[in-house]
Write a protein that binds this ligand. Structure first.
Ligand code: URA
Length: 434
């Protein structure tokens, strides 16, 4: 078999066989096929697409490129949750303890963020002492004992995806449904959960900007999961403006803890309840949506989700006093008011521009090696639908560098669309794909 022929076949719009897909994934992982040939193939896939069968074969080839995790020592049905990524998305920090407090084991492999803001691990690491470094045995013990653990993705998990994703990132071939679906699902399948709930974001801060594309991506991922015997469900949720009010690592931890204490933003809590409902149903912990919602709401009103979060932080070496006194989280030196430059209704807050604004402050990584500043970020004050006068504060920048803050402020103002007419409100949840 020759890589040249595989590229040519895809360039001509033909369907690749399983053997051809296995050949290029295996060869690339082992370093036997060069970047330039795989780049050409990725671009051909981008334009000519893949069939469902090809996408499923690509997924499994990436799963089989490394180790798969056996979670069978964890009692109960393990349900994983994955978000396709968004701005201000601190869902895992709230959802995982809520679900764990209902008795459902949450064994979560998370990533660090490349892009606007940190990933779940970066956020958690703004809590002094918190670490995802633990042996597999410790990870399993923690899940059995306290029902939740967050581990880092090991290099051995779907290594083919790691290489391919990095190459896609620099060859403008990320945003293709088959490539995204296979990338995400290969990691979820290799991570060993019995069932998977996907939070597929739609809107300006998401990979998929249109509703049609988001539904297509969701269906593709649900089909892949279901075909390999993992019950999979996708929720399509809004990412046309940031979720909640906080964007930036320590700021998001603070907002997550406030939500666990019943004092958080409504959209964040509602999304956690919707996703959690699907997790409890898949785990067989609840029989109806109504019952699941009630159980989840109860974890907030009783304080059990908050207590669970503290238990989890302690089990992973974190300083619980930081959670009890949020003032102990890393703090930025400057808090800068950003004011509306005209009067009217806020019709849009372009989420990815808010993300870039936070990245400029230092909340995210420009390259894999860049350090993150946990203290910096943005607190949105006014969201879509609010009426503001010129000079009203619409957001706060938390900054450690005033020069960066100036550039960040400009980006933030560009993200806000303020107009005379109020637009119709977008829903938080657009649908569920099974
Ligand atoms: N997240 C992933 O893990 N892979 C993609 O391709 C896109 C988002």
């Amino acid at each position: 078999m020759r890589m040249y022929d595989i590229i040519l076949k895809k360039r001509n719009g033909e369907e690749l066989t399983k053997e051809e897909i296995d050949f290029f994934v295996d060869g690339y992982t082992k370093g036997e096929i060069p970047d330039y040939q795989v780049s050409a193939l990725l671009m051909a896939i981008f334009f000519n697409k893949m069939t469902k069968r090809e996408t499923a074969d690509l997924t499994m080839a990436m799963v089989n490129s490394g180790e798969t995790i056996d979670l069978s020592e964890i009692q109960g049905i393990k349900v994983d949750k994955h978000s396709t990524g968004g701005v201000g998305d601190k869902t895992t920090l709230v959802l995982a303890p809520m679900v764990a407090a209902c008795g459902v084991p949450v064994a979560k492999m998370s990533g660090r963020g490349l892009g606007h803001t940190g990933g779940t691990i970066d956020k958690l690491e703004s809590i002094k002492g918190f670490s995802v470094e633990m042996t597999k045995k410790q990870f399993i013990e923690n899940v059995n004992r306290i029902k939740m653990a967050v581990g880092g993705q090991t290099a051995d998990l779907a290594p083919a995806d790691k290489k391919l994703y990095a190459l896609r990132d620099v060859t403008a071939t990320v945003d293709n449904v088959s490539l995204i679906a296979s990338s995400i699902m290969s990691k979820k399948i290799a991570a060993g959960a019995d069932a998977i709930v996907l939070d597929v974001k739609t809107g300006t801060g998401a990979f998929m900007k249109t509703l049609d594309d988001s539904f297509e991506l969701a269906q593709e991922m649900v089909d892949i999961g279901t075909n390999v015997g993992r019950n999979t469900i996708a929720v399509i949720s809004d990412m046309d403006q940031p979720l909640g009010y906080a964007v930036g690592n320590a700021l998001e931890v603070k907002e997550a803890v406030e939500t666990l204490k019943g004092k958080g933003p409504e959209d964040l809590l509602e999304l956690c309840i919707v996703l959690g409902t699907q997790m409890l149903l898949l785990a067989g912990r609840a029989n109806t949506e109504e019952e699941a919602r009630k159980m989840l709401q109860e974890t907030i009103t009783s304080g059990s989700a908050y207590e669970k979060f503290k238990e989890f932080v302690k089990a992973q070496g974190g300083d619980v006093s930081v959670i009890e006194d949020l003032e102990l989280l890393p703090k930025a030196q400057h808090i800068i008011e950003v004011k509306a430059d005209r009067e009217g209704y806020i019709t849009k807050i372009i989420a990815d521009q808010i993300g870039i604004s936070a990245l400029i402050l230092g909340a995210g990584r420009e390259t894999k090696e860049s350090p993150i500043d946990p203290a910096v970020g943005i607190i949105i004050k006014e969201k879509v639908g609010s009426y503001v006068k010129k000079g009203d504060v619409i957001a706060y920048l938390y900054a450690n560098d005033l020069n960066k803050a100036k550039i960040s402020e400009q980006k933030l103002l560009e993200a806000y669309h303020i107009e005379e007419q109020k637009l119709e409100e977008r829903p938080l949840i657009f649908g569920i794909v099974t």
